[in-house]
Design a protein around this ligand. Structure first.
Ligand code: SF4
Length: 337
């Protein structure tokens, strides 16, 4: 199911997205093993909203981002941007998709060509799309101002002459150079010092408001996701465990995994009392995930039905809040349903 379907056409709609990666068999002629990186993920993002995706490393959140950009080709699934399906004869072409949808990665240095100055790096995209050199460089200087870097001071520099925070601002400027509608931020502030991270997050919020942008914000940091997001998708071993408004997820979490994730985050407030047990252990091997509910091997409420039957993402009464847990599905056979 798509957990937040509305009558309006969402900017981005994703249905049943799936990607399994083959891994080398341990012995010749042995069974073909697959890592189930993303396994049937559905979501929509409305124009002007920020969807946060959280989960431990290996949950499939970064693979999901790469599938959306078609940096990796999905096994199955439908992706539509503003109602136009991707890679269909009647749909949006890949080149146009990548203009309207830009991505910023965690490693600010690897994303920039070390031999290009900052201004030429930012001008590269518009040049590739046909803008003449001077026009593209002029636009690059405007974008530098937009990300609060002085074009005269920073435009002629090379990436190694910038701090991590300045490089990431240049990456935002590059991402904005083709006037995208959706920006995917994949752990884009995770490598920055906390004080710089706060400044960059505020910049992102200002850009979103001023340029009417839509964000997909991927992070393992629950505090940051709470700060920037309107809605949140919680992933575990390639599956969606819970979806809801930021208020639902952070104040009324229903999935034991979401509750445990929230209980595991550090809090500076001594009055905050943990209601759920924090997460213990590591996620199981994604090559051979547990049957039924993938979280059952770490869940304090697991019962027989959790091993036998996979819980589907199930809409709750609160509009737009959906959970994949047998305890939230009446008649599922779980004693707490
Ligand atoms: Fe726990 Fe069962 Fe719910 Fe999975 S379905 S989260 S194992 S109670």
């Amino acid at each position: 199911m798509n957990p937040q379907s509305t009558s309006r056409t969402p900017l981005l709609s994703v249905k049943n997205l799936r990607k399994h990666f083959p891994v080398k068999a341990q012995q010749l002629g042995g069974p073909r093993l697959m890592v189930q990186a993303v396994d049937g993920v559905d979501f929509d993002i409305e124009q002007g909203q920020t969807l946060g995706i959280v989960g431990e490393s290996g949950c499939g959140k970064s693979t999901t981002a790469r599938l959306l950009m078609h940096l990796i080709i999905p096994d199955t699934g439908e992706i539509a941007l503003n109602g136009r399906p991707v890679m269909r004869p009647d749909g949006i072409e890949l080149r146009e998709l990548r203009r309207q949808m830009q991505m910023v990665f965690q490693d600010s240095y690897a994303s920039l060509n070390p031999r290009l100055t900052v201004v030429d790096s930012i001008a590269f995209g518009p040049r590739a799309h046909g803008a003449d050199r001077e026009k593209a460089r002029g636009r690059a200087r405007e974008l530098l101002s937009l990300v609060k870097l002085d074009p005269d001071q920073f435009g002629p520099r090379y990436p190694h002459q910038l701090s991590g925070g300045q490089r990431q601002r240049v990456n935002f400027a590059r991402a904005l150079a083709l006037e995208p509608r959706l920006v995917i931020l994949d752990e884009a502030v995770s490598a920055l010092d906390k004080s710089i991270e706060a400044q960059v997050l505020n910049l992102l919020m200002d850009l979103k408001r001023d340029l009417a942008l839509t964000y997909l914000f991927i992070s393992h940091d629950l505090n940051v996701v709470q700060y920037v997001s309107d809605h949140v998708l919680v992933m575990y071993l390639g599956k969606v465990m819970e979806y809801g408004s930021v208020d639902d997820i952070y104040h009324r979490p229903r999935h034991p995994y979401t509750q445990a994730l929230l209980a595991s985050r550090p809090s500076m407030d001594p009055d905050v009392k943990l209601e759920a047990s924090p997460l213990v252990g590591d996620p199981p091997n994604p090559i051979n995930p547990p049957s039924g509910c993938r979280f059952r091997t770490r869940c304090a409420y697991a019962e027989g039905v959790c091993e036998k039957t996979e819980p589907r993402l199930h809409a709750l009464r609160a509009k737009g809040h959906a959970v994949a847990c047998h305890m939230s599905i009446s008649g599922s056979g779980h004693s707490k349903a």
